[in-house]
Write a protein that binds this ligand. Structure first.
Ligand SMILES: Cc1cc2nc3c(=O)[nH]c(=O)nc-3n(C[C@H](O)[C@H](O)[C@H](O)COP(=O)(O)OP(=O)(O)OC[C@H]3O[C@@H](n4cnc5c(N)ncnc54)[C@H](O)[C@@H]3O)c2cc1C
Length: 457
């Protein structure tokens, strides 16, 4: 049995008697929580696995008393190290995974529920909650709310903020609060909970007095998770408190439960895979495709496609080697035949009328559609198993670019990568201008670390 140092022993001893869940401070166990989907590594002093909301509140109060940071953690798939830190990790994946209740168009879940499991559950009622094939296999509801996650299906579903109705959060002083769209009468809240009333009223007055500066800094990007969401949350008769908490990465409160809107499953779906001999043609095509209002439109570059071929032999057949870029586009429809018409019209325009794509494939069968979508996320994590010392490194993820600047931005980035002699794979949610570059680097080599810093700056 490992010996604990004095601080760890004290924390473990203090919290063990107070929690229904577990507290572990041994180095080996804490090391398991030192990493996530990012390149960073920070070992926490302890890991709490709360069994109930009281455990969350107790941990937060204790941490405040002892001057320790608290790091909420879902599945740990984030690529920015958001759930890492040297304080106490609150791990929601262990016990907070209950789907509590569902109504006609909503569902109430605990924060650690995995989004894929939630959608599997909702499928039986013919519904879904924010369909997205990118991270949902393991990502949790709490993690998605904390980062206001938006993925391939943003054109149809938007980001998480569009789907949240209420959230239960534990605040920095350990108090529990329900947050939703808070009603205002003549601009003022008369909520019976004095703590919440004060919070809503002071927040509303802060937003009013800084209205001009908030408006001036409104983002030009379709998707932008930087900072707090201050725009559009205050109206004369309502303050969208849940809207503010979404995307705040646990800094304003720790999410324990959420009520989310659900949508009917699409009756019919169809996916087109379009192949291009230049990335510029693919970007121009994405602009035309946006007008057709697809559910999703992802862009992949030559390097990403070649990695996909190396990781799954089926892509060798699907994607010819001369493809410099590809778009994966999905449509849905109510009527049988409607989706086929939409996908065929899209292919007709991009390939035959505008002569932008040199090849195309269409899928209407669920297995084939799944395969096309697999192409967009096959690079992670299987690429890590490839030979050679350089690996795709997730340091330039989810860069938000105004769509009209996408082409220029990519050219400038490509020049930068060339200058630093770094091979980079690219995938992007093309319609919303959300880009993911993965430079191939060996972070054991100081020269590559220096390159990474230069590129990131
Ligand atoms: C291959 C791949 C593709 C991805 N694609 C996308 C994408 O398209 N769009 C996108 O937005 N993200 C994407 N991500 C990033 C990430 O997977 C998602 O943001 C995911 O929603 C994070 O969920 P998680 O449960 O893993 O959260 P974690 O990684 O555990 O945590 C993420 C953040 O949320 C906070 N947090 C977690 N739980 C709570 C809680 N209960 N209360 C308060 N704060 C909490 C953490 O402190 C941290 O700041 C991708 C990641 C990978 C590896």
């Amino acid at each position: 049995m490992e010996q604990l140092d004095t601080q760890s022993e004290r924390i473990q001893g203090d919290l063990r008697g107070l929690l229904a869940g577990e507290i572990r401070c041994d180095v080996l166990y804490c090391q398991l929580f030192a990493g996530d989907g990012s390149i960073y590594e920070v070992r926490p002093v302890g890991v709490v696995q709360p069994r109930n909301v009281a455990d969350v509140a107790t941990t937060i109060r204790y941490a405040a008393e002892k001057n320790l940071a608290v790091h909420a953690r879902g599945a740990g798939t984030g690529t920015t190290g958001g759930c890492l830190g040297s304080g106490l990790v609150l791990d929601f994946s262990r016990h907070f995974h209950r789907i509590l209740e569902s109504g006609d168009d909503w569902t109430r879940v605990q924060a650690g529920v995995v989004r894929e499991r939630l959608n599997y559950h909702l499928q039986r009622q013919g519904r879904q909650c924010v369909a997205d094939p990118t991270d949902r296999e393991v990502g949790t509801v709490g993690g998605a709310l904390a980062v206001n996650a938006a993925g391939s299906f943003w054109p149809k579903s938007g980001s998480m903020s569009r789907h949240v109705r209420r959230m239960q959060v534990v605040l920095a002083d350990g108090k529990l609060m329900e947050a939703g769209r808070e009603p205002l009468r003549q601009g003022v809240s008369d909520d019976p909970d004095p703590r919440k009333r004060d919070l809503v009223n002071s927040l509303a007055s802060l937003l009013r007095s800084h209205r001009e500066v908030i408006e001036r800094h409104r983002t030009r990007c379709a998707v932008d998770s930087c900072g707090y969401r201050l725009e559009d949350i205050l109206r004369d008769d309502v303050l969208d408190l849940a809207g503010l908490l979404v995307g705040s990465e646990g800094t304003l409160g720790v999410v324990t439960e959420a009520t989310l809107a659900t949508q009917p499953l699409p009756r019919h779906r169809g996916v087109a895979l379009l192949l291009f001999d230049s990335i510029d043609k693919a970007i121009r095509s994405a602009t035309c495709i946006a007008a057709r209002q697809p559910n999703a439109c992802d862009l992949l570059d030559r390097r990403h496609l070649s990695l996909a071929r190396q990781t799954d032999i089926r892509f060798d057949v699907l994607v010819p080697r001369q493809a410099e870029a590809a778009l994966v586009v999905e449509h849905e429809g109510e009527r049988e035949g409607e989706v086929e018409e939409q996908v065929e019209a899209l292919v007709e325009e991009i390939r035959h009328s505008r002569h932008l794509a040199f090849g195309s494939l269409q899928a209407f069968d669920s297995g084939e559609m799944e395969l096309f979508w697999r192409l967009t996320h096959s690079i992670q994590p299987s690429a890590r198993r490839l030979g050679g010392s350089a690996r795709p490194v997730p340091v330039l993820d989810d860069i938000a670019v105004p769509v009209e600047s996408l082409s220029d931005f990519l050219v400038r980035c490509q020049n930068l990568f060339k200058r630093h002699e770094v091979t980079v794979s690219l995938s992007a949610h093309a319609i919303q201008g959300q880009i993911r570059f993965q430079p191939f680097l060996n972070l054991a080599r100081p020269a590559d670390v220096a390159k990474m810093r230069k590129i990131a700056e």
